[in-house]
Design a protein around this ligand. Structure first.
Ligand SMILES: CC(C)(COP(=O)(O)OP(=O)(O)OC[C@H]1O[C@@H](n2cnc3c(N)ncnc32)[C@H](O)[C@@H]1OP(=O)(O)O)[C@@H](O)C(=O)NCCC(=O)NCCS
Length: 396
């Protein structure tokens, strides 16, 4: 078994192990789309007797963490063929990939896990949650009217390519867990209206909310029309919606909740602190369901701590069995220290609190951090405090 970087021309072979689990060989068109956003040198493969039986890749993200934007590996297309499972191939791929990420100087790596049992052993921690809603429109009233002062415009694909990215960029820059989307990403992913993804609904609709000629919010959604006993069962399926300010966010959601003839509004991958909870008269009717979203790996703990906004005096003792270069005591500025530790925890658990999605107090209640100095949990929580929950609006 050889673990190595993919060579040019091996893109399809590298995608195949994971595609196997989607029940198909990747279409030529999908391979070409992937090639536009993923550099083949970021693809690692496992080869046996001339056949690629496993693969793991990484996008190159500019990734928002509290107070900073850092380069990050966006881990994707991980798979090992069922003929070769549980022989340690994923472990070897993760070894090669994390060493590579470390050498490249990307302080963190992130991913969406197909199963939550897979990545903890490699030092990834669950770092953000997300929510799913299904709201009957009759319960869609707000507590008070929204005043956004703007106008809505439906967009063609070409218009959307111009109007939407600047809005996204503003939100991404201030939301931990989001990453910058280059133009190719919009073309082949975010605005790509794949028929395979419609699931019985219509084409992607793109709408922007503008004030004084400037985009302040947008939504991507599909309509799924239906009737039962003469009444509409139509659904607004929200793919993505966001705004640059509270008024803009409320405005775009008001728009989505007011699409005539529809019966319900559905959305997945919402931030857990979504303002809808406090905007709606009937928040319970959201039927909000929680799940884990982004998993994070601090590949270089010192660099990750020094990049993040952190103020305070707490010495952290971090254990990292898979990446021993991280195994050390740290001050919050990221420097290694000889001081006595105040807290002791595993690197995956530090990743869990890093984006602000969980607290040290929560870790403590789950027995995942040791408080060595009295009051250190509270001091660490004060240092790691953020004003919003991390949010990654997209599975990659
Ligand atoms: C997940 C997957 C890549 C694992 O590959 P693999 O080569 O079988 O993994 P390894 O043999 O290196 O396993 C290493 C360890 O992880 C464990 N493990 C691997 N996958 C696991 C899973 N899905 N659930 C629980 N444990 C798992 C193994 O039991 C092994 O544990 P051990 O070290 O205690 O013996 C493979 O099963 C797969 O392709 N699954 C379908 C596609 C998928 O889910 N990809 C991930 C997308 S995010």
């Amino acid at each position: 078994m050889e673990i190595r970087r993919a060579q040019s021309g091996e893109f399809l072979a590298g995608l195949t192990p994971v595609s196997h689990y989607f029940g198909s060989v990747p279409a030529e068109e999908n391979v070409r789309r992937f090639e536009r956003v993923l550099r083949s040198e970021r693809m690692h493969v496992a080869e046996e007797d001339g056949t690629i039986v496993g693969g793991a890749s990484a996008f190159e993200f500019q990734f928002t963490v509290p107070g900073a934007i850092v380069p990050a590996a966006g881990v994707t297309i991980v798979g090992v063929l069922p003929t070769h499972r549980r022989q340690g191939i994923l472990t070897q791929l993760m070894r090669a990939q994390l060493d590579d990420v470390h050498e490249r100087g990307e302080p963190v790596a992130c991913l969406w896990a197909s199963e939550e049992t897979i990545y903890g052993r490699y030092g990834y921690g669950m770092a953000a949650l997300c929510g799913e809603i299904e709201l009957q429109r009759v319960y869609g009233s707000f507590r008070k009217p929204v005043e956004h002062g703007g106008t809505f415009r439906l967009l063609s694909y070409e218009e959307a390519l111009e109007a939407i990215p600047p809005v996204y960029a503003r939100v991404a820059a201030e939301t931990p867990g989001m990453f910058a989307r280059p133009r190719e990403w919009w073309e082949v992913r975010a605005l790509h209206d794949s028929e395979a993804r419609r699931d019985g609904a219509g084409e992607m609709v793109r709408v922007v909310l503008e004030r004084d000629g400037e985009g302040i919010a947008y939504a991507l959604y599909r309509l799924k029309m239906g009737f039962e006993a003469g009444s509409s069962t139509g659904e607004v399926r929200v793919l993505e919606a966001m705004g640059v300010s509270p008024e803009a966010t409320a405005g775009i959601w008001r728009f989505l909740l007011d699409v005539d003839w529809m019966d319900s509004v559905q959305a997945e991958i919402l931030p857990v602190d979504h303002p809808l909870f406090l905007l709606l008269e009937h928040p319970r009717r959201l039927r909000f369901r929680l799940a884990d979203s982004l998993w994070l790996r601090l590949v270089n703990v010192g660099a990750a701590l020094s990049a993040r906004s952190l103020e305070g005096d707490v010495a952290l003792e971090v254990g990292d069995a898979f990446c021993p270069w991280n195994d050390a005591r740290y001050s919050l500025d990221g420097s290694k220290t000889m001081e006595d530790s105040d807290l002791r925890l595993d690197v995956a658990d530090l990743a869990t609190v890093y984006l602000g999605g969980f607290t040290f107090a929560q870790l403590q209640r789950a027995g995942r951090v040791e408080e060595l100095t009295e009051g250190a949990i509270a001091r660490a929580d004060a240092a790691f405090w953020t004003d919003r929950a991390p949010w990654c609006p997209e599975i990659f």
